[in-house]
Write a protein that binds this ligand. Structure first.
Ligand code: TXA
Ligand code: MG
Length: 328
């Protein structure tokens, strides 16, 4: 059995035990305000290699380094632009990851051999206390097997990674429920690589025009932006997106229908699930719901397509990836 310790607050002794495991090169899963992370000493290449092995993550997909403050972030980059100062002042600690040119301090395995590093200062008190207690940046991707749903509960980590993780810190359900916004600051204009809890308008208000990365990388292609595989964040059940109010004419097998704001009439035998027409609330709930439907053995999930406005950008992105069909 994987060890799971409940953490009550930022001075919980479990945090110090976790920190000493991390310093010894072991893997510890911990809560952040977005999803649970699978942490390792970010300056220890062997420890980071353990993350790739535990997740079954391709070596071409770099990992985020989590820091407790701006000073720690600056030590990991060769250039800290003014935009980073402004963004960090406004959004750190919080669900914003900045991609910047890496300094020589960042091991190649963290960068997947590339020239840049992704940095994030998480807002969760347990995450911050853990980084401080470990005394070094923590490499931490989401604590799930590669291509699977991200964990929003400690139990999701245990069932996805099992024995591969030395300790799981259980801080209860995560708040945002979707992964951080990733903003690339290495180019002439800043560019969103992954939409998340902090939207394009909030970023643009601080740093001017922000490009959006719209494409997706299919299996076997060179990744323009690493980790942006089309099928990602996927439940085991088949997920189809439909226009709101479509309902289902008929269905066989175990099918769930997820409505937004209201539920249409459904044939007998179909489980109807109502989510509010509220992007933040759906973001918080989405992965946990997909985990529950997988665990309950549903074969197929039919979900209403969210509205087109920017408030729903991150939810739409995750649903598009979760519903993408496997490519040969
Ligand atoms: O909310 C989050 O960001 C969570 C929590 C645990 O902090 N972490 C997370 O990590 O979602 P992960 O590894 O599941 O997703 C990080 C993404 C990957 O798609 C990866 O390709 C991208 O960040 N990434 C990491 N380093 C990068 C870099 N140097 N350049 C571009 N993308 C990078
Ligand atoms: Mg992930």
């Amino acid at each position: 059995m994987t060890r799971l310790l409940h953490v009550a607050g930022s001075d919980d002794p479990a945090i110090f035990e976790a920190a000493s495991l991390l310093r010894a090169g072991r893997l510890v899963a911990f809560p952040t305000e977005t999803v649970y992370g699978l942490g390792a000493d970010g300056l220890n290449p062997e420890a980071v290699a353990g993350i790739y092995a535990a997740k079954g993550r391709p070596a071409t997909n770099p990992v985020i380094l989590h820091v407790a403050d701006v000073a720690a972030a600056r030590a990991l980059v060769s250039h800290w632009p003014e935009a980073a100062t402004d963004l960090a002042a406004r959004f750190w600690p919080g669900p914003l990851t900045l991609v910047l040119p890496a300094s020589a301090a960042v091991p190649a395995i963290v960068r997947a051999g590339g020239p840049s590093v992704a940095l994030r200062c998480p807002a969760h008190p347990v995450a911050l206390a853990l980084i401080r207690a470990a005394g070094r940046p923590l490499a931490a991707p989401s604590a799930n097997r590669s291509q699977h749903l991200s964990p929003t509960l400690a139990q999701h980590v245990a069932s996805s990674l099992g024995e591969a993780v030395d300790l799981i810190l259980d801080g209860g359900p995560t708040e945002a429920g979707l992964e951080s916004t990733i903003l690339d600051l290495t180019g002439e204009r800043s560019r969103i690589l992954r939409p998340g809890p902090i939207g394009p308008a909030e970023l643009a208000a601080l740093v001017g025009p922000v490009d959006r990365w719209e494409g997706a990388v299919h299996a076997g292609e060179v990744q323009a932006a690493p980790g942006m595989a089309e099928r990602h964040y996927a439940p085991r059940a088949r997920l189809d997106l439909v226009a709101p109010g479509t309902g289902l004419p008929e269905a066989s097998g175990a099918v769930a229908y997820v409505g937004l704001g209201k539920l249409p009439a459904l044939p007998a035998g179909i489980r109807g699930i109502l989510l509010p027409l509220d992007a933040d609330a759906v973001g918080t709930r989405l992965y946990a719901l997909l985990h529950e439907l997988d665990d309950a053995g549903f074969d197929r999930i039919v979900m209403e397509r969210p509205p087109e406005d920017d408030a729903w950008l991150a939810v739409r992105d995750r649903l598009r990836r979760a519903s993408a069909k496997e490519r040969p």
